[in-house]
Design a protein around this ligand. Structure first.
Ligand SMILES: [Zn+2]
Length: 283
C-alpha cells in the first residue's frame, strides 16, 4: 500500500492518535460538495452530504462511506475510536445518542486526517467548430441561438500557420473558413448546435455554398471528442435517411486560426443580412 509521507504534525494525529485543537482544522467550517479521503492512503471516507455543523470545533459526519471506517473502543473503554479501514489511520472518535441528526451519530474527525476532493461539476462552457461556407453567414445565424455564448470566425484544417484571408481565398492553404462556437451545455446541447448548423447551410453542396465557390467553403464538422463525433455522424445518418445527399466532412478538430478582426461579427457591424445562408428546416 502506498502511503503519503506525513508531516510531523500529521503524524502526531494520524499515527500517534492525537487530537487537533478545536476550531483550527481546515474542514471545520467548510461546506463544499465532494468527498473526504484519508490523508495517508487516499481511501474515500465521508461524503459532503453527510457532513453537518456539530458546533464542537471539528468536522462532524452522521454517516460514513460503507465499510470505509472502522470503530474500535479506546483503551480506557470510554470512547470509540474511528480509523481508516484501509490503512488504520486515526481519524477521531464517534459518538452516538446525542440527538444531533436523524441518524443520531456524530463522527468527530480531525481535519488533518483528511483531504478533500471536490465533486466534478458540469462544465459551464463547451466549444464546437463548424465549417459551412462563408463564415460571415454561419456566424450570423449561429450566434442568435439561445445558449451560444460566443462565436469566433477563423481558419482550420489546412497545412499553413497563421493563414490570412487572402491566402485562404487563393485556395492553396487547405484551410476551411470556420467558426468556433462557445456554448453553455445546460442551455443548449452539442446536438442542438449541430442541428442548427445543418439547417443554416446546405450540407449537400460540395466545395461551394450558395454563390461562393472554393475548397474553403466545404461543409465540415470538426469534433472535439468521440461524443461530438458520434452525435454528428448520427445527425448525418438522419439526414441521409430523409434523402439529403450530405457531403459534410467529419474530422477531428485541429488548430483554429482566428481570422482578421474585420471578419468577426461581420454582418452585425455591417447591419445587413447574409446573402449566402438562411434557415431551412431539415430535421
Ligand atoms: Zn487510510
Amino acid at each position: 500500500m502506498e502511503f503519503r509521507k506525513l508531516t510531523a504534525e500529521e503524524e502526531h494525529i494520524i499515527v500517534n492518535k492525537g487530537t487537533e485543537r478545536p476550531y483550527t482544522g481546515k474542514y471545520d467550517s467548510f461546506w463544499e460538495k465532494g468527498t473526504y479521503v484519508c490523508k495517508r492512503c487516499g481511501a474515500p471516507l465521508y461524503r459532503s452530504e453527510d457532513k453537518f455543523d456539530a458546533g464542537c470545533g471539528w468536522p462532524g459526519f452522521d454517516d460514513e462511506i460503507p465499510g470505509a471506517v472502522t470503530m474500535k473502543t479506546d483503551a480506557d473503554g470510554m470512547r470509540t475510536e474511528i480509523l481508516c479501514t484501509r490503512c488504520g489511520a486515526h481519524l477521531g472518535h464517534v459518538f452516538k445518542g446525542e440527538g444531533l441528526t436523524a441518524k443520531n451519530t456524530r463522527h468527530c474527525v480531525n481535519s488533518i486526517s483528511m483531504d478533500f476532493i471536490p465533486a466534478k461539476t458540469r462544465p459551464s462552457s463547451d466549444t464546437a467548430i463548424f465549417s459551412g461556407g462563408c463564415f460571415w453567414g454561419v456566424e450570423y445565424y449561429m450566434k442568435k441561438a439561445k445558449g451560444v455564448t460566443g462565436t469566433t470566425v477563423g481558419y482550420t484544417g489546412g497545412h499553413t500557420d497563421n493563414p490570412t484571408y487572402k491566402q485562404v481565398c487563393a485556395g492553396n492553404t487547405g484551410h476551411y473558413e470556420a467558426i468556433q462556437i462557445a456554448f453553455d451545455p445546460s442551455v443548449i446541447s452539442f446536438e442542438q448546435v449541430a442541428k442548427l448548423f445543418f439547417e443554416i447551410h446546405d450540407p449537400t453542396e460540395w466545395n461551394h455554398q450558395g454563390p461562393d465557390f472554393g475548397e474553403q467553403y466545404r461543409s465540415a464538422v470538426f469534433y472535439r471528442d468521440e461524443e461530438q463525433k458520434k452525435v454528428t455522424l448520427d445527425l448525418i445518418a438522419q439526414l441521409k435517411a430523409k434523402g439529403f445527399k450530405v457531403v459534410t466532412e467529419v474530422k477531428p478538430a485541429g488548430k483554429f486560426w482566428i481570422a482578421e478582426d474585420y471578419h468577426q461579427d461581420y454582418y452585425t457591424h455591417k447591419g445587413s443580412e447574409p446573402y449566402c445562408h438562411g434557415f431551412v428546416q431539415r430535421f
